[in-house]
Design a protein around this ligand. Structure first.
Ligand code: AMP
Length: 394
């Protein structure tokens, strides 16, 4: 494996897997350029002396659908780079090779959506080979897809046994995650929220061993409260995970890990922003009502723990923050993280919804690190080998 900081890209054709899976509005304009901005350091570094060939997926096209064309990204990318970016109407084949032959040092070419070919997601070797034929060097800078063994994220690396490396974004992601996993400053607190226990169970188990405090929030809460015999009304609960929740509570006790559950709950009489609300103890929710946010006592409890921690990891909102009337718990957790960061704690936030929440309240620059990978970050924290990382390292 090579290193992007020291590699000599002079006159090299470099194919870079980026994550330009960005949101577009009805006019097909980019509405959030975070992912493009995150790739700029790598693109600029290579463009100093080499040729940059960018490849990405966008959305989930079933066929060659115009609305998923990566050409919609060109105006924003050109604006952010401060120069015109070239575009190829395909991602493999002679036409692309011809375009590359026209490139001059410093040029940047964006290829068409990789997922126009089903072979991409299938991790097809021949397709990966055709992509690799376009370049001398492979750089993976798409952390958001590093947990997928797709042609462009993992399989392609085999065709560059010598000349493969991570971009700056993946390097930074790995460094930040290592900081949290390897030698976290104590006390170490993880806040795991979001909808379901089932999707976070492995990371909960993994974190139990590593952290001093494990805060459970969001829809997951109610499966735990039900496991304790509480009344949760019609709140989200996964009955098949009640035993798992019990096991987690027992294991936390054995390990001496402080498992912190909400103590009060903001409940609604329907799943809507204009629902009637009641505030109750978390285990005394009225019949027919559902818990959609944490209450003020819980906010105090969580905030106190967060502010006294030196390393904090947050994944998943504390409530249905998409509805303004149930966003307060998530906002207050975000504020507590900002305060902890100001006091010198290392705060790492990942997962589409927690990051969206931070952005909604303009707090993303006030925490230590915002991960660009939700699923990839969780799998890394679960201790899994990410195919996109392993392929470059091997
Ligand atoms: P996840 O993708 O697992 O991180 O879950 C994020 C989703 O969990 C968001 O869309 C939230 O609206 C949802 N969520 C958070 N708290 C609750 C809750 N108490 N009841 C139902 N859904 C929730």
């Amino acid at each position: 494996m090579q290193n992007i900081s020291t590699f000599d890209f002079t006159n090299k054709k470099v194919i870079v897997r980026v994550d330009f899976n960005v949101p577009l509005n009805n006019q097909l304009e980019v509405t959030d350029d975070t992912r493009i901005t995150a790739a700029l350091p790598t693109i600029k570094k290579i463009a100093e002396t080499g040729y940059v060939i960018l490849m990405s997926h966008l959305g989930r096209p079933k066929e060659k659908e115009e609305k998923f064309s990566l050409k919609h990204v060109i105006p924003k990318l050109s604006e952010l780079l401060g120069k015109d970016v070239m575009f190829a109407n395909d991602c493999i084949g002679q036409e692309v090779k011809d375009k590359i032959a026209e490139m001059k040092t410093g040029d940047v070419l964006l290829l068409e959506n990789l997922r126009y070919y089903p072979e991409e997601k299938k991790g097809n070797k021949d397709f990966a080979k055709q992509l690799s034929d376009l370049a001398d060097v492979y750089v993976n800078d798409a952390f958001g897809t590093a947990h997928r063994a797709h042609a462009s994220t993992a399989i392609i690396a085999d065709f560059f046994p010598e000349n493969k490396m991570f971009g700056f974004l993946i390097e930074n992601e790995l460094e930040s995650l290592q900081k949290v996993l390897a030698q976290p400053q104590k006390p170490f607190t993880a806040i795991l929220g979001g909808a379901k226990v089932s999707s976070k169970i492995t990371v909960i188990e993994q974190m139990l061993d590593n952290v001093d405090n494990l805060i459970i929030a969001g829809g997951m809460t109610y499966t735990f409260i039900k496991a304790q015999g509480g009344n949760i009304g019609t709140s989200l609960a996964e009955d098949e995970y009640i035993d798992t929740a019990k096991e987690i509570m027992t294991k936390a006790k054995e390990l001496g890990t402080n498992l912190i559950l909400p103590v009060d709950s903001v409940n609604a009489d329907k799943f809507a922003n204009d629902a009637n609300t009641e505030l109750t103890a978390v285990d005394q929710i009225s019949e027919g009502w559902m818990g959609l946010d944490i209450g003020p006592k819980t906010i105090d409890l969580f905030s106190e723990t967060i502010k006294n921690s030196k390393t904090i990891l947050w994944n998943g909102p504390a409530g249905v923050f998409e509805m303004d009337n149930f966003a307060n718990g998530t906002i207050q957790i975000a504020n507590a993280l900002v305060e902890a960061t100001t006091r010198g704690a290392f705060t790492l936030i990942g997962g589409g919804d927690s990051v969206a929440a931070l952005k909604k309240y303009n707090l993303e620059n006030k925490v230590s690190y915002v991960s660009t990978g939700g699923g990839a970050m969780l799998e890394f924290l679960e201790g899994k080998d990410l195919p996109g990382i392993a392929a470059v390292k091997k």
